[in-house]
Design a protein around this ligand. Structure first.
Ligand code: ADP
Length: 542
């Protein structure tokens, strides 16, 4: 027997229509590439997104077409999110920090028919355009006053000119909720990037999940600053989730240094912000160097890489900001878990609470998890045994665009490539990326655990732990670290700092201080690059 409820499709265009109706005067604020502040409301954004859908159609682009963007977080990028997905086409948000070859690969693989890009990327696009085989239209996301006098791109179009030629008289079409809406490529540290194709349905369901109180706890009370870029897994869905709940949105543009982020948080009374640990490192350094505090920020979402416990402590103890440690991946839209406390844990002493928060968090309803051993046998949720983490749910990829890489699923589960424990309360903790785990004497050493201890030392700003070939033990860990400005610590002092915090055989074999650590295009420590840099390095213990 079927239920008798309406079968209305879950469509992305409904989010912005709803925001217009219910939160029409709520602001969307953007710090632009040019450096000024742009303000308008959900009502304005909805009108402009409809006008933009007409622009896109006017260029001859149709439902199902892929349309690329190379853009920062800003209102025009937000309009593109809604106009493109809302008319039934697919927005392919390309990460401009990727190598130029990868950008070309992505655009050609996606068969993008048009490319919308910020002024910042004009020189890049001029260089790459001859290789972008399928792109017919190049649209610079700016107004007439900022258009270049001449460009290597013939027939370069101006976003605001195109907008001025249209009106807002556009009705969002209704279509199957499984229609593709957005396309993000994984950063592809090995091999080519692979395309993850989100649908209208997966995006709307994910937004519901992300907004839940034990997830990001978003509401119309909030002013939200996504520092995480709109080209990195849809800014963790905030452009959709904030629209769903009617939160004020604040976009930082390309201005991501500590001072700019701090000033924007204060000016726009931001209550929640989201980004990768490296961004927060810059912000915390700005706060302590200038002895300033937040007046409205009360929580921050940190994910993309493990958030060091020292960072959680600093935000909470020094600045009164609750940290939501979150984990996910491009293939998961991206949210999988968020580290919010349960009532019984809120009563624990501070240290015990921090131990819970340092984990990557509990699954959101919609994300099923399991851990398995090397033979694929399921492991217990005891917080101790660790194994390969698999996930399943309506906002998790079932495959990649054009079947690249073959069928990724194992009995209907998506293998994350992460190694984790899950405790009896459902809190998952990543011990490593499976490629980064250090194999010593047949056992595994967690590089993340060692990194967390290293950055707990007051003189260490950032640290990476990698495995180095050892004649007897297979691999042994070394710490590669950056000191905080004006602070000092010796190799021996740092090694001593590990004593008593880990099993003896986990003790790093060496410490190497460096000026800089390599990061990937999504802000993660690039252990692949580090391993290459240290390929000739010899362990003192070897
Ligand atoms: P990329 O394109 O850089 O691969 P993703 O966001 O898809 O971008 O990367 C997903 C991976 O990032 C996860 O599989 C995991 O290894 C890592 N990751 C994400 N969040 C966390 C976290 N909170 N702690 C540890 N690792 C994380």
């Amino acid at each position: 027997m079927h239920g008798l409820m309406m079968d209305t499709p879950l469509l992305i265009s409904d989010l912005i229509r709803f925001a217009d109706r219910n939160h029409g005067d709520t602001e969307i604020v953007s710090k632009t590439v040019e450096g000024d502040i742009h303000r308008y409301t959900y009502r304005d954004a909805h009108a402009r997104a409809r006008r933009l859908a007409k622009v896109v159609q006017g260029l001859g682009l149709k439902a199902g077409d892929r349309i690329g963007t190379l853009a920062w977080n800003g209102y025009r990028h937000y309009e593109l999110y809604y106009a493109i997905s809302g008319m039934g086409a697919v927005i392919n948000t390309i990460n401009p920090r990727l190598f130029p070859d990868q950008i070309v690969y992505i655009s050609n693989h996606a068969e993008n028919t048009a490319l919308f890009f910020d002024l910042t990327f004009l020189p890049l696009v001029e260089k790459l355009a001859p290789q972008l085989k399928t792109v017919k239209h190049y649209v610079l996301m700016t107004d007439r006053a900022h258009m270049p006098a001449k460009s290597a791109i013939p027939k370069l179009l101006c976003y605001e000119d195109l907008m001025a030629q249209q009106d807002d008289g556009y009705e969002w079409p209704t279509f199957d909720e499984h229609t593709a809406a957005a396309l993000c490529y994984t950063s592809g540290t090995t091999g080519n990037p692979k395309g993850v194709l989100y649908s209208n349905r997966s995006t709307v369901l994910h937004a519901y999940g992300a907004a839940l109180p034990d997830a990001l706890n978003l509401s119309a009370y909030d002013s939200v600053l996504p520092v995480v870029p709109m080209f990195h897994a849809n800014a963790w869905s905030l452009p959709y989730t904030c629209t769903m709940v009617g939160a004020k949105m604040v976009f930082p543009g390309p201005h991501l240094d500590g001072k700019s982020v701090y000033d924007l948080i204060e000016q726009e009374q931001v209550t929640l912000s989201a980004g990768v640990p490296t961004v927060w490192l810059m912000l915390l350094q700005h706060l302590s160097a200038n002895k300033v505090r937040f007046s409205t920020l009360n929580r921050t979402v940190i994910g993309g890489s493990a958030c060091p416990p020292a960072m959680i402590r600093s935000f909470q103890d020094d600045y009164g900001v609750t940290v939501f440690h979150a984990w996910g991946m491009t293939e998961m839209s991206p949210l999988g878990t968020v580290g919010t406390l349960k009532a019984k844990q809120a009563k624990l002493d501070k240290e015990a609470r921090y131990a819970v928060q340092a984990k990557q968090g509990r699954g959101i309803f919609g994300v099923e998890m399991k851990i398995v051993d090397e033979e694929g046998k399921e492991l217990p949720w005891d917080g101790k045994r660790f194994g390969n983490l698999l996930v399943k749910g309506p906002w998790i990829a079932a495959g990649y665009l054009k079947g690249e890489g073959g069928d990724p699923l194992i009995d209907g589960w998506f293998p994350t490539g992460d190694v984790a424990t899950i405790d009896a309360d459902g809190y998952m903790q990543i011990t490593d990326r499976s490629k980064d785990v250090i194999k010593s004497g047949g056992e595994w050493i967690s590089s993340i655990d060692l990194e967390n201890i290293a950055v707990g030392h007051p003189a260490i700003a950032e640290a990476a732990v990698i495995g180095i070939q050892h004649p007897k033990w297979d691999e042994r860990p070394i710490v590669v670290a950056i000191k905080k400005p004006g602070q000092d610590v010796s190799r021996e002092e740092l090694l001593k700092f590990f004593e008593g915090k880990i099993a003896k055989w986990w003790m790093p074999d060496d410490v190497v201080f460096v000026e800089e650590l390599p990061h990937t295009a999504t802000g993660k420590l690039s252990k692949l690059t580090l391993r290459q840099t240290f390929s000739d390095y010899r362990l003192p213990t070897a």
